[in-house]
Design a binder for this molecule. Structure first.
Ligand SMILES: NC(=O)c1ccc[n+]([C@@H]2O[C@H](COP(=O)([O-])OP(=O)(O)OC[C@H]3O[C@@H](n4cnc5c(N)ncnc54)[C@H](O)[C@@H]3O)[C@@H](O)[C@H]2O)c1
Length: 350
């Protein structure tokens, strides 16, 4: 097996010619693996995964090639599938493109892996949107700054046993469900080592941060620029759990070293890293020393979760050495510093 990590940068399979790859030559031999294929490696998670493994002593190169040929020729030991169309709004405007990217693209990648490297470890970045709005059925109580779960059994958050059907997903959520189920099926039916990581809010200093995607990053950016941040419904008390992309990469590493077949894991920052929008305002104001400017529209986004915290107990049981290493404060600090350094180029002042 060649002594390299391979990472696909751009596309999935239906757009074979757009697929490119990262090739990372190992300087220090890892114990268990030799090749890694990463899709979506220009994105938040894909880029963190590439950096994480490169920092373990691998040297990065880049080129473009036919992904079927890559799969056959390079025989990756592991694949991290982080390429996706991530927008609910875009999915509604361009449903075929959304489904082609999220569902068909995943299917193509899975089938190529099944044909040419059935022993590969396949990690798919899924989403908590596979549950649609079913988590909103959990009984809640209202607190001064947040909604929270009313029942003690829900304290740690949403478990992987939450149902995924008969709820409202958005077309994006539905195309991700198709991918998630297919990844599970290649594990259960063919015995492949696959898992879906159902992300909550995955973030970090490399997040692009736009209004409807990348909530903390966008919120901190608004705070810095004095730009108005619009809160949509739920009194600003809607809760999200936030995880740094480095901790996502660390979990992927743990799975690659102890893979299982057809698993699903809810992955977020857990209760310790959860905050409501109102609480996030306070954190942003603390790191930036500036006041948030906001307005409120008394209508929530369609199907938006009211309180979503990922229950991390299954992950902790399967991978006891893994835990969330970056606190919410650290995440805000890093995002703030990242916007400052990006802002120096576009004249945001500290
Ligand atoms: N960031 C989050 O909060 C979050 C939450 C839950 C789930 N996820 C999931 O994690 C994964 C990674 O998310 P991210 O935050 O890094 O997103 P991102 O938008 O930063 O990166 C996605 C990458 O996919 C690539 N891509 C999009 N369409 C493509 C296509 N047709 N062919 C090839 N590449 C394509 C983009 O160029 C980009 O590099 C996605 O599957 C996403 O659904 C993310």
């Amino acid at each position: 097996m060649p002594d390299v990590i391979h990472g696909a940068v751009s596309t999935i399979f239906q757009q074979i010619n757009r697929l490119s790859e990262f090739v990372v030559n190992r300087q220090h031999r890892p114990r268990l693996m030799s090749n890694l294929l990463v899709t979506g490696s220009s994105g938040l998670i894909g880029s963190e995964v590439c950096t994480y493994f490169a920092n373990k002593g691998w040297q990065v190169h880049r080129n473009r090639a036919d992904v079927l040929t890559i799969m056959q020729k390079l025989q990756p030991t592991a694949i991290v599938h982080a390429a996706a169309q991530p927008s609910h709004d875009l999915a509604a405007k361009k449903p075929f493109e959304d489904f082609d990217t999220n569902a068909v693209g995943t299917m193509n990648l899975l089938e190529a892996a099944h044909r040419y490297v059935p022993e590969v470890i396949f990690v798919c970045m899924s989403t908590n949107k596979v549950y649609g709005d079913a988590p909103n059925e959990l009984p809640l109580t209202e607190h001064p700054t947040r909604w929270d779960y009313a029942l003690p059994e829900d304290f740690d958050g949403v478990k992987e046993t939450m149902r995924i059907d008969q709820s409202k997903h958005s077309l994006f959520g539905a195309s991700k469900v198709a991918a998630d189920i297919m990844v599970q099926e290649y594990g259960r039916y063919f015995g492949m080592k696959t898992c879906c990581l159902r992300g909550g809010c995955l973030t970090g200093p490399n997040h692009s941060g736009v209004e409807l995607h990348g909530f903390i990053s966008y919120l901190v950016k608004c705070c810095l620029e004095g730009r108005k941040y619009t809160v949509f419904g739920y009194k600003g008390k809607q809760v999200r759990d936030n995880i740094h992309s480095l901790d996502v990469a660390r979990l992927i590493d743990a799975f690659i070293h102890a893979p299982r077949c057809g698993e699903v894991y809810n992955l977020g920052g857990g209760r310790m890293n959860s905050c409501s929008i109102l609480e996030a305002f306070e954190l942003a104001e603390t790191v930036s020393g500036k006041k948030m400017v906001c307005d409120y529209i008394d209508e929530n986004r369609d199907g938006d979760h009211i309180c979503y915290i990922s229950d991390l107990n299954k992950i902790k049981t399967h991978f006891p050495a893994w835990s969330v290493s970056k606190s919410l404060n650290e995440i805000f600090e890093e995002i703030y510093r990242s916007w400052i350094s990006r802002g120096r180029k576009s004249e945001i002042t500290e």
